[in-house]
Design a protein around this ligand. Structure first.
Ligand SMILES: Nc1ncnc2c1ncn2[C@@H]1O[C@H](COP(=O)(O)OP(=O)(O)OP(=O)(O)O)[C@@H](O)[C@H]1O
Ligand SMILES: [Mg+2]
Length: 310
């Protein structure tokens, strides 16, 4: 495919000449078409340095496509992306130096054990071999995979492969991390460990961009969230702003014992609680069921709230 730039290349580390003023990632009117199909359309995003930025959206929203452009793997149809001031389409080397990318799958590395796998990437990034042992020790500690150091990569469980993939993205100590659905396939305990790990990495000053189908999964760890659907951003900003925007204007339908129904509009969860209390206490009509109805953002909110990652 002509628009794939390179799948596996990694570049040597070097001095970081980026300035502090620009966003960690700026997506500037990015459009990506596959043939006639538009996967990402005129996307604008500013991902501030030091943020934990969640990109949430249903299957096919364009999350992976956006990440792949930022990660130097795919060329935009139009528009551009900047990662710490560098354009992946023009200076892939500089981008790879400052960015760690965890794709949504590990790929196949037959016949390598965990230690060899990480050494391979340490070598690819041209890190001094005298540092490899300590580095791999630290990384495996960080992702809790110490006991698997000599296990073959293809013998790891899915969640362990995810964690190894994260360790790999961290090999060259990048400033910006792009993690495509890192929580997918993790058990609840590993999810909670991932959350702590992300907070730890953020406290080290790294910018973390992370995708998920599930809003709730991002809500308590992300400083910022963008909601994507069909290649467009529907809402973006601080997590609290976006979640209250999404929850606003929800509609509830009450069904009564006499067979009638009535729809109510509420602004937020407080309004919803008040309505339910009022109806439950209504002595005239016996309410027997509440359901949420709606379209647009409301429907999206529901799908993201209820979504699973499988
Ligand atoms: N190589 C490709 N060729 C053609 N269409 C593609 C290609 N890659 C992605 N698409 C289409 O682009 C759209 C966006 O896909 P993308 O993988 O970016 O979505 P996503 O938000 O990551 O979805 P998911 O949550 O399922 O991972 C989808 O409709 C997909 O079918
Ligand atoms: Mg994806």
């Amino acid at each position: 495919m002509s628009d794939v730039i390179e799948k596996t290349g990694v570049e040597p580390a070097g001095p970081d000449l980026s300035e502090a003023a620009h966003p960690a990632i700026a997506v500037k009117n990015l459009t990506k078409r596959y043939g006639k199909f538009t996967a990402v359309e005129d996307l604008v995003l500013d991902i501030p340095q030091g943020s934990i930025y969640g990109l949430v959206g249903p299957n096919g929203a364009g999350k992976t496509t956006t990440f792949a452009v930022a990660a130097t793997l795919l060329r935009p149809t139009s528009g551009s992306v900047e990662v710490m001031g560098h354009d992946p389409a023009r200076d892939a080397r500089a981008v790879r130096r400052v960015m760690g990318y965890m794709p949504d799958g590990l790929g196949v590395y037959a016949d390598l054990d965990v230690d060899e796998y990480l050494r391979f990437f340490a070598a690819a990034y041209k890190l001094p071999s005298s540092r490899w042992d300590q580095l791999i020790d630290d990384l495996l500690e960080l992702v809790a995979l110490h006991s698997k150091r000599t296990a073959r990569v293809d013998s790891l469980s899915r969640g362990m492969k995810q964690r190894l993939s994260l360790a790999r993205a961290l090999v060259h100590d990048p400033e910006v991390l792009i993690l495509d659905e890192p929580a997918s396939g993790l058990d609840p305990r590993a999810r909670s460990e991932l959350r702590s790990l992300l907070l730890q990495l953020a406290s080290m000053g790294k910018t973390i961009v992370i995708s998920s189908h599930i809003l709730a999964e991002l809500e308590d760890v992300c400083t910022h969230i963008a909601i994507m659907q069909e290649g467009k951003v529907l809402a973006a900003g601080s997590t609290s702003d976006v979640t209250s925007q999404l929850a606003a204007g929800r509609r509830l339908r009450a069904r009564f014992a006499d067979g009638t129904t009535e729809d109510f509009e509420v602004a937020d969860e407080t309004g919803q609680a008040e309505l339910l209390r009022r109806l439950a206490l209504d002595s005239e009509r016996q309410v027997i069921e509440f359901t949420r109805v709606g379209g647009g953002l409301e429907e999206l909110f529901l799908s993201l709230t209820k979504g699973t990652d499988e």
